[in-house]
Design a protein around this ligand. Structure first.
Ligand code: PHE
Ligand code: NA
Length: 452
């Protein structure tokens, strides 16, 4: 018997699903992570690979992940075990759900720390601290923040509590409104910032940096990082989108909803890049300076533009909200599992996950100050957790999703669930999912470890 709805509820409409999935996708990944890793890896060629990964790997896998979620209607672990049983496959597929729970928990640990930076910048912007600062000034302000573990820890704690409160109450209350009204506002702010960058920044230089590919800068590792960003930014490969799909009505079109979410996410990332790089070049900052990039470039814009105090405050508030709607979805896979299989209440499950993730986040806090000298393969604690999750666990989860839906489920189950009206569209998706995505992921993995 096909489950018509999940025990955790169902979205009231297709629009709510799109809003929730967009809320999960659009976050620090677009506005903080995309610009800084594109800057670290030389721009153009990296951005091109990222966009190709979004289109050829991310979009098809997002459809597959939603499909699995809607068919299983449980936590990722139980969904994978149940679907595998239904298709007569090994219970080992449940391990994929486990991997997602672990990945979500690991990502949340540092996501909350970075969201804490954004929180602290709400107050800096609001009290007019950027006014009159030059490039050295904003840089000193950022360095002062990350050098202070106590302040980082306090903001990390505040953000983790914010996430806990929403997850403990059940994700759907409030999420809908937040995304429906605040996401368009974030988009508008970004458009205005791009306008500022056009008027006051080195816009052509920024454009050239982002869109002129120089393939000599593209190492195997850069290709892996670009692919990892495609998974991270779309919230793919760890069960978050699977869970949201499990609340989706059987009538909604998976293809159309996925395309909307992917389009919105990509738009926000590109706008963020277009706003940030022209300011970076105009101020003589280094595009490759790392995780602080938006925290030193945007405050410069807010320092100089008319109405910058109000504008900057609203911007960082919206960034926190975007991070919030994402962190909720990072916690969900672990929480639904604990509720379904361990008989915990939502409140205690969410508290347990929040506390453990908070503890691990202390490692990220310290990696920007006391522990900055301790590195593994040239990465700090934060760098290692980020690398392991984005570049290894998420693509691996995506690979397994592609193999499961593309090769292990029968074409009949897949086609009935997807309900694509145009056969050519279905064939294209099925081909991308079965061949292009898995082979692409494997080649990128092999290239990164210098096998090919
Ligand atoms: N997609 C989110 C972002 O871009 C991060 C995220 C990753 C959320 C994985 C859920 C799962 O900020
Ligand atoms: Na994103």
């Amino acid at each position: 018997m096909r489950k018509e709805s999940s025990i955790h509820g169902q979205w009231s409409s297709k629009l709510v699903f799109i809003l929730a999935a967009t809320g999960s996708a659009v976050g620090l990944g677009n506005i903080w992570r995309f610009p800084y890793i594109a800057g670290e890896h030389g721009g153009g060629a990296f951005v091109l690979v990222y966009l190709l990964c979004i289109l050829l790997i991310g979009l098809p896998i997002m459809m597959a992940e939603i499909l699995i979620g809607r068919r299983g209607r449980q936590s990722p672990i139980n969904t994978m075990t149940a679907l595998a049983r239904e298709e007569g496959l090994s219970r080992g597929w449940g391990l994929m759900g486990w991997m997602g729970v672990v990945a979500g928990f690991l990502i949340l640990s540092y996501y909350s720390v970075i969201a804490g930076w954004a929180l602290s910048y709400v107050f800096r912007a609001g009290t007019g601290s950027f006014t009159g600062l030059d490039a050295q000034g904003v840089q000193a302000m950022f360095e002062g923040l990350v050098a202070d573990p106590e302040r980082l820890l306090a903001w990390h704690t505040v953000f983790m509590c914010m996430t806990l409160i929403v997850v403990a109450r059940g994700v759907r209350s409030g999420l809908e409104q937040a995304v429906k009204f605040l996401m368009p506002l974030l988009l508008l702010m970004l458009v205005l910032l791009v306008g500022y960058a056009m008027a006051e920044g080195h816009f052509m230089e920024g454009l050239r940096f982002m869109f002129t590919p120089d393939f000599s800068k593209l190492t195997g590792n850069a290709v892996l990082v670009a692919m990892g960003q495609a998974f991270f930014t779309l919230s793919l490969g760890m069960g978050a989108i699977m869970i949201y799909g499990s609340y989706l009505s059987s009538r909604a079109s998976i293809a159309r909803t996925s395309a909307t979410v992917v389009g919105a996410d990509t738009l926000v990332a590109i706008l963020a890049g277009l706003a940030i790089f022209p300011i970076v070049f105009a101020a003589g900052l280094e595009p490759s300076q790392g995780p602080g990039l938006i925290f030193v470039s945007l405050p410069l814009a807010f320092a100089q533009m008319p109405g910058g105090v109000l504008f900057g405050t609203v911007f960082f508030v919206l960034l926190v909200v975007a991070a919030w709607t994402s962190s909720i979805s990072l916690m969900e896979p672990a929480v639904t599992y604990l509720v379904e299989n361990r008989g915990m209440t939502r409140v205690s499950a969410a508290t347990l996950v929040a506390v453990l993730s908070w503890l691990l986040g202390v490692g990220t806090v310290l990696s920007f100050n006391h522990w900055s000298g301790y590195t593994l393969f040239d990465m700090t604690f934060f760098g290692a957790v980020d690398y392991l999750t984005s570049n290894i666990l998420l693509p691996l989860g995506g690979l397994l999703i592609a193999l499961f839906v593309g090769w292990r489920m029968t074409e009949r189950s897949v086609a009935s669930e997807l309900d694509v009206q145009r056969p050519a569209l279905f064939r294209t998706w099925y081909y991308l999912l079965r061949f292009v995505a898995p082979i692409g992921i494997l080649l990128v993995f092999l290239r990164a470890i210098n096998v090919i």
